[in-house]
Design a protein around this ligand. Sequence first.
Ligand code: ATP
Length: 240
Amino acid sequence: MQDNSGKPFAFRTQGLTKVYGEGNAAVHALRGVDLEIPAGEIVVLLGPSGSGKSTLLNIIGGLDSATDGDVYFQDLCLSDLPDDKLTLYRRDHVGFVFQFYNLMPSLTAHENVELVTEIADDPLEPEEALALVGLAERADHFPAQLSGGEQQRVAIARAIAKQPTVLFCDEPTGALDSKTGKVVLKVLKDINEKLGATVLIVTHAANTAAMADRVIHFADGHIREVVENDAKRDPEDIEW
Ligand SMILES: Nc1ncnc2c1ncn2[C@@H]1O[C@H](COP(=O)(O)OP(=O)(O)OP(=O)(O)O)[C@@H](O)[C@H]1O
């Protein structure tokens, strides 16, 4: 599927709706989201707490299912997939980065990345993935021996080692100071350029929008505005 300029889509959603719970306790997290994300872009998703950003990320990342509506990854309709096929979609195409790294404390950086490379089809070598995030020298260190920013870079190395088509990042700089946050954002930009992965970043840090190709403003379960960024900036030059 392509947009008007012939660019293929990574994702497209139509009327995507998510309701948690039932009756009086029902929470309408997504209220009919129509979205198109061209392949290869860096997309930043902004919006107030509780507006549905993580819910959207989880559904297009195949971690959760919608109550109604459709979501396509390329030409594949995820809404129709049984659980085993959804697992394959995640395994083959999706990398996740979360706010709190989720590294295994008893494994070295190299071993944390290896957990993924052992089960992927065409993975990078762990050394290569760690080099891409600038941590080749720290491969034998355990998470407790690394700073927060370094741990997040190991988590990114782990997420990209399978050479994912899409990289989903939920508050990737949320636990970091601004200087370290910029280093992490620079790594995400490099991954987008070097591996061609579509990168989708959910964040409260509105200034992150400056590095995006496209900024999606979310409010109360729907898209308020989509802005294409013609003046994309390097993460180093973002003001905090
Ligand atoms: N498992 C769940 N059960 C019930 N309600 C949920 C569940 N997960 C999320 N919600 C509700 O859905 C709405 C959207 O939540 P979501 O986490 O997607 O928002 P968000 O924009 O990512 O928020 P934040 O920026 O605080 O992470 C919120 O009202 C939240 O309380």
